[in-house]
Design a protein around this ligand. Structure first.
Ligand code: COS
Length: 656
């Protein structure tokens, strides 16, 4: 654990590292090679909270401080510096100045969207003729009624063309007065803003860098950030904080190169031993490590000062100067250690080297950092205070990030925990229970009547799983219809899952469907059914049993009435599904399920598990008035023998 960090901050760092190694590192080379903006990953970063780390929670951000921001920047940039710059511009150059200097309305309008990553931000200060000498900007803003009209060209604009919101700095043109500067919030869709082609850069090639053109671009007065005349100071104070992020970005690049160099040195052999055994390599690695740690201490120092509301402009310049020069130094040596392989684009170390260079240039060159440090030494702690700074530093916290699970973790999480029960549709639960109790010696755990579903349900414990006996009370219910069509037997299998709703969404993503769009209360918990068409004719139930209490069984269910004595007047034979039941006689031909010409088509829930062979089973040829459970079903209501398999769905009240 680093001496300047808390345990929570270390945990936070580990989470970001895991995310970056999983989501960013694997695609970094491809985005670099193709110079493509990593939009998908930006969305994921937004979801995790990285795009709004510095935005207070009241505006939908993570409410983190500068230290967490530095940690996240380092870890993201260790995987890919281009992702790092997208995140740094968003946080320190756009969201933070809006929070610091924006009106309530501006905060409300933009911070939530920036924090979620739905909107990307961009900071437009540099111009073709002014980079380091930022005060010489030529872009103008002229007030015209309720609008400012902006004209000019901005250069090297990170997130250019990808961003939805641009903070544009401009000189206010007003006659007779000394030129003052101002900052404006300009959305991408405003008339008069346009973007140049993507710059062809040496490094951070996945990030978008373009020119931004402003041609008579009208922005409402309410889009002025801070006051008239505050522009340069807002830019400077934003860059002070931004430089902590760039220092951390450089650290991440250096760390990635160092890690690669150590691994390679241990693996690569020369003159009969791993090159890590040579003192020349060892000293290089030692020096690289020391310089990285020096830069890290300076970076954390600047971040700590900022998060405590103390002056930090000099320290952030020192951190950026040190870390960026370290990144160049370390990546150069990392390539040297890799030898010829280091020069090949097959290895990532050359990307680190190319990416490192920009950290010595943007958000103030190394020369500007030296100038800021020297001025601070010679003139005092910091320049005149930035405008409209809030007196208090907002309270920050180390966010607990929730990493989305990996596909393998997700599969493990969503996998059925166990077979919860096998459900059997029966004519009489009491009769069936006799068998389970008396013959198999199993005991029922629950007996309940589910009025709303027209069912009597008994659960019998059988080892770690259960058997669910379903007796229809409602003649129109699905179980009654199931019995009518198929007779007693397997109705469904039920798997226990941790969270049935999440499982539904997960399995839907894998092509499954459910009978209900959302889970419903069932006998064993919150449940949802997959239609039999999915699993070779078997209805599959998912049940979330934890955190769900089974409705109390009505008192009569506690002491179940004696089942009405079964009067078997007909020989017990087999139905078309092969089940044995009273009252079914034999008959030579049974049409197959799908072949019943006038039968109502089985619903998904009651569909048969398999098509029985038409010749295998004898047919119902005599009728009984109703099933022993007392419900009416087709083919059982008439006293006259029926022709073939029943075709009508019963109607009318259930016989008492
Ligand atoms: N925070 C707040 N205010 C600041 C400030 C800071 N860090 N730095 C300067 N200011 C204020 C000063 O206090 C001064 O205010 P007053 O006019 O009220 O006295 C005003 O800004 C001008 O300051 P200064 O005279 O120091 O400005 P300079 O033009 O001499 O230069 C440097 C300042 C060189 C430090 C500045 O231009 C700079 O940082 N340039 C680099 C810009 C940069 O990083 N570009 C990259 C673009 S982003 S990729």
């Amino acid at each position: 654990m680093h001496v300047l960090l808390t345990e929570d901050q270390e945990l936070f760092r580990r989470t970001v590292r895991e995310f970056a190694e999983r989501e960013i590192a694997p695609v970094a080379a491809e985005h670099d090679e193709n110079e493509t903006f990593p939009s998908e990953n930006v969305k994921k970063m937004g979801k995790l909270g990285l795009m709004g780390l510095l935005v207070p929670t009241e505006y939908g951000g993570a409410g983190a401080g500068s230290v967490e921001y530095a940690l996240a920047m380092e870890e993201v940039s260790r995987a890919d510096a281009a992702h790092g710059v997208i995140m740094s511009v968003q946080n320190s150059l756009v969201a933070k100045p809006i929070y610091k200097y924006g009106t309530d309305e501006q905060k409300r309008d933009y911070l939530h969207r920036l924090a979620s990553g739905d909107m990307i931000g961009s900071f437009c200060l540099s111009e073709p003729q002014s980079g380091s000498d930022a005060r010489r900007m030529q872009t103008t803003a002229v007030r015209d009624g309720d609008y400012y009209v902006l004209n000019g060209t901005k250069n090297w604009i990170s997130n250019g063309g990808e961003a939805g919101l641009y903070i544009v700095f401009a000189r206010l043109e007003s006659e007779g007065e000394e030129a003052r500067t101002a900052a404006f919030l300009v959305e991408y869709w405003r008339w008069g803003i346009s973007f140049g082609a993507k710059e062809k850069k040496l490094g951070i090639r996945a990030s978008a860098t373009t020119q931004v053109f402003l041609k008579d671009c009208r922005v409402p007065l309410g889009h002025l950030l801070g006051g008239e005349g505050d522009g340069f100071k807002i830019a400077m104070s934003s860059l002070d904080a931004g430089r902590i992020g760039i220092a951390a970005q450089a650290l991440g690049i250096a760390q990635a190169a160092f890690d690669a160099a150590v691994a390679y040195a241990k693996e690569r052999e020369a003159f009969g031993q791993p090159i890590a055994e040579f003192q020349g390599i060892q000293w290089m690695l030692a020096d690289m490590h020391v310089r990285i740690e020096q830069a890290r201490l300076l970076t954390y120092q600047a971040a700590l000062l900022e998060s405590r509301g103390l002056p930090f402009a000099k320290e952030s310049a020192m951190a950026k100067l040190s870390a960026s020069e370290t990144a160049m130094w370390v990546t150069t040596r990392a390539i040297q250690i890799h030898g010829g392989y280091g020069y090949s684009r097959e290895y990532p170390v050359q990307r680190y080297f190319r990416d490192a260079k920009i950290t010595e240039i943007y958000e103030g060159t190394s020369e500007i950092q030296r100038l800021v440090i020297a001025r601070s030494i010679l003139r005092g702690e910091r320049p005149t205070a930035a405008p409209a700074e809030p007196a208090e530093v907002p309270e920050t916290k180390t966010p607990v990030l929730e990493l989305p699970p990996t596909p393998a973790e997700l599969q493990r999480m969503m996998a059925p925990r166990k077979l919860h029960h096998v459900a059997v549709a029966v004519d009489s639960v009491d009769e069936a229970l006799k068998f389970y109790r008396e013959t198999l010696g199993l005991e029922e755990v629950t007996v309940m009547t589910m009025e709303d579903r027209g069912l009597k349900v008994v659960l019998v414990r059988a080892g770690p799983s259960e058997i669910e006996l379903l007796e229809p009370l409602d003649p129109e219910g699905t179980v009654a219809r199931f019995l009518d069509r198929r007779g007693p037997g397997l109705h469904h299998v039920c798997f226990e899952v941790e969270d049935v709703e999440k499982s539904m969404r997960y399995y839907e993503g894998r092509g499954a469907t459910f009978l209900d769009p959302v889970p419903r209360p069932g006998a064993v918990g919150l449940v949802s059914f997959m239609p039999p068409s999915l699993a070779e004719g078997v209805l599959v139930e998912l049940a979330q049993t934890s955190g769900y209490s089974v409705p109390e069984a009505p008192s009569e269910a506690a002491e179940p009435e004696e089942a009405p004595a079964l009067v078997i007047t007909q020989p017990i034979l087999r139905g078309p599904g092969g089940y044995a039941r009273p009252g079914l006689g034999s008959a030579p031909d049974v049409p197959a399920w799908g072949a019943q010409p006038s039968a109502a088509p089985p619903t998904e829930e009651e569909a048969p598990s398999a098509t029985p062979s038409s010749s295998a089973w004898p047919i119902l040829d005599t009728a009984i008035p109703h099933g022993p459970g007392g419900y009416t079903r087709p083919g059982l209501v008439t006293s006259a023998p029926t022709e073939g398999w029943p075709t009508a769905t019963p109607t009318g009240p259930r016989p008492e």
